[in-house]
Design a protein around this ligand. Structure first.
Ligand code: 13P
Length: 250
């Protein structure tokens, strides 16, 4: 079977104003015109409108970086999936390690958000990954498997196969210390096996698994060539036009 369609997503985190987002996406459009990959920019909430307008007529899709699991109500400061969907958002990052670490995101809230995202027609990019202490203690496999299983509780197969899972070892995020291709492939393969156990061989063979953590223009394509790595979730390098265009090429 040929490999799955690669999905390259830039996670801008808390960077770029609406005007900067618009200018960036307009400049990115011609640079990625020839790519066959799926290209996504996960922008701050307030940049969504200008980003979607700027991306019109291109293959660039816009994602959000978080959402709330409730449909609506008294949740000051939160954004619902329906709000994002109506704006034209296609993907939503869920459970990024920065949200788990700084904003109290748990496996339980990740699971509720995954369910809520599917309910309103958004595709989740579910982030998992171990800390350095967990890796050093030999807990990577247990930890990542648990995160994957917890994220998919009560999610039916027909939805699960549309999810993207991003393996992001915390020790590789923003540190310039990329996992080796072998380390990244090993865990991405483990994630695929876990999906197979949870669902079926069919679901595990179509679900896309990204690697994230110091993906750069000079290491991206080797990582993406691995059997179980179907693209990347890119932080710092996604803010630089030429770098992100190079990473997205293919
Ligand atoms: P960096 O690419 O800056 O290491 O960030 C990775 C990340 O957290 C993407 O979600």
């Amino acid at each position: 079977m040929s490999k799955r369609k690669l999905i390259i997503a830039g996670n801008w985190k808390m960077n770029k104003t609406p005007a900067e987002a618009s200018a960036f996406i307009k400049a990115l459009k011609p640079l990625v015109k020839g790519s066959k990959n799926e290209i996504v920019c996960a922008v701050p909430f307030v940049d969504i409108q200008t980003s979607i307008t700027a991306a019109r007529g291109s293959r660039i899709k816009i994602a959000a970086q978080n959402m709330h699991f409730e449909e609506k109500g008294a949740f000051t400061g939160e954004i619902s999936g329906q709000m994002l969907k109506e704006m034209g958002v296609k993907y939503v990052i869920i459970g990024h390690s920065e949200r788990r670490e700084y904003f109290g995101e748990t496996n339980r809230s990740v699971n509720k958000k995954v369910a809520a995202a599917f309910k309103c027609g958004l595709k989740p990019i579910i982030c998992v990954g171990e800390s350095l202490a967990q890796r050093d203690a030999g807990l990577t496999a247990d930890h990542v498997r648990y995160q994957v299983k917890a994220a998919f509780v009560d999610i039916p197969a027909e939805q699960a196969k549309k999810a993207v899972i991003a393996y992001e070892p915390i020790w590789a995020i923003g540190t310039g210390r990329t996992a080796t291709t072998e380390q990244a492939e090993e865990v991405c393969r483990l994630i695929r096996m876990t999906v197979k156990e949870l669902y079926s061989k069919r679901v595990s063979s179509v679900i896309r698994i990204q690697y994230g953590g110091s993906v750069k223009a000079d290491n991206a394509h080797e990582l993406f060539s691995m059997e179980d790595i179907d693209g990347g979730l890119v932080g710092g390098a996604s803010l630089k036009l030429d770098d992100f265009a190079t990473i997205s090429a293919g």
